[in-house]
Design a binder for this molecule. Structure first.
Ligand code: SAH
Length: 395
């Protein structure tokens, strides 16, 4: 195995199980090192600190194993890690006849940096965020299909947009095992969703809003609901079941709107309470009537994809929330989210605070929301926290 030696005094973060080695901590690299190589990380005194996948960039190594023993990173290694991840999902009660969609592997949060796996029915949709995971994809697919009870029978690999561009790996999105339809139906808390992993965003569905959608359902009875940035209509479907009097879904993508419409009819046929609009969020909020909705969801895409975009992202969150708050009637409820990893909880809360002040509304926080437990946060890797939300009572 190739060896990377760290600068003197830079072993601390690995001794604290931080899953990344930054390039600035490295003293020497082998001349023939390549993207995706399996590497042994040594302290300046030559002691092994662990094993990981090398990649070009400021995050130079993603760690797979800590400590001095030698481990082989093979199918058995991945099987053990994935079985441990599955134990957590079972403990959470996510594997049920009425719930067949969940995240099985959440990267660093499941001690498998660079790997994301979502399960829909018997299909696992896998994304590689590092070259090392890309090269190991067949081992991982074999580990997934060896899980008990035929849990996974096909594995779809979807890494065209997730692999580091610099690595020039030219990945193809395709099935590694089995096959399936582009459009399978998965069940979340008894509600049915078409999941299009071939053409949809990310793995085809945002599993990470499951618990927040459940909470929304409880607020929906008798309310007029606006689901802004609806994508597959997840929040809309829960609001319908929760007894909303009307549900309007908005997304700028026509494809998202047709997915939403399909999911509404899958669960509620042609229920006239639902309408959808393919329109820009800001334009919709601008033309919307005062007091039209008493439950509003704002779940935009990440406004800050990196730290440098933070300032503009915070302005974006303030403007969006102010535009909604200004027109919400007294006694209404706002579910507002940020999925930007670069925006922390406090910064998001401050942006929403500024929006409330700008709209001159009296606002109370009822709930502070997060990503669900099948998106766990490795305690040594706080960077893994990304989804934040607030439920506000607006007077
Ligand atoms: N709430 C969704 C996930 C939202 S993903 C869920 O629970 O599954 C973000 C969505 O915002 C995408 O579908 C994207 O098409 C949409 N979007 C991006 N920019 C937009 C804009 N300016 N106006 C309206 N929708 C937008």
């Amino acid at each position: 195995m190739k060896k990377i030696i760290l600068q003197k005094g830079r072993e601390d973060s690995l001794q604290r199980y931080h899953p990344w080695v930054f390039s600035g901590a490295i003293k020497s690299l082998p001349d023939d090192i390549e993207d995706g190589d399996l590497v042994q990380i040594l302290a300046a005194d030559g002691k092994q600190l662990g094993i990981g996948h090398y990649q070009v960039g400021s995050i130079a190594v993603k760690m797979l194993h800590f400590g001095s023993e030698t481990v082989t990173i093979d199918e058995t290694f991945y099987s053990r890690r994935i079985a441990a991840a599955l134990d957590v999902r079972r403990a959470l009660g996510l594997l049920r006849d009425d719930n067949t969609a969940f995240r099985l592997v959440h990267g660093e949060g499941d001690f498998l940096p660079g790997l994301v796996v979502d399960v829909y029915g018997h299909t696992a949709v896998m994304q590689a965020h590092s070259p090392g995971i890309h090269f190991d994809r067949d081992k991982i697919a074999a580990a997934l299909t060896s899980l008990p009870d035929n849990l996974v029978t096909s594995v779809y690999y979807k890494s065209e947009t997730t692999l580091p561009f610099k690595a020039q790996l030219d990945p193809v999105n395709d099935y590694l095992v089995g096959g399936g339809h582009a459009d399978d139906v998965a069940i979340e808390n008894g509600l049915r969703f078409h999941i299009d992993w071939l053409r949809g965003q990310k793995t085809g569905f945002f599993v990470d809003q499951r618990e927040n959608r459940c909470l929304l359902e409880k607020f929906s009875r008798g309310r007029r609901v606006l689901n802004m940035f609806c994508y597959t209509g997840g929040f809309s479907v829960y609001a319908m079941r929760g007894g909303a009097t009307l549900v309007h879904s908005v997304d700028s993508s026509a494809k998202a709107i047709s997915l939403t419409d399909a999911n509404i009819s899958l669960n509620f046929n042609c229920d006239s309470r639902h309408k959808s609009f393919a329109e820009d969020a800001f334009k919709y909020l601008d033309r919307m009537e005062n007091g039209a909705y008493d439950l509003v969801i704002l779940d935009p895409p990440a406004f800050a994809k990196r730290k440098s975009a933070l300032r503009n992202a915070l302005i974006g969150y303030r403007k969006l929330n102010a535009a909604a708050l200004q027109k919400m009637p007294s006694g209404s409820v706002l579910f507002t989210f940020s999925c930007s990893q670069a925006v922390n909880r406090e910064q998001f809360r401050l942006a929403v605070f500024s929006a409330a002040a700008q709209a001159k509304r009296r606002v109370r926080i009822l709930h502070q929301l997060s990503q669900p437990a099948d998106h766990p946060i490795n305690i040594y890797h706080p960077e893994g926290e990304y989804l934040k939300g607030l439920v506000l009572w607006v007077e």
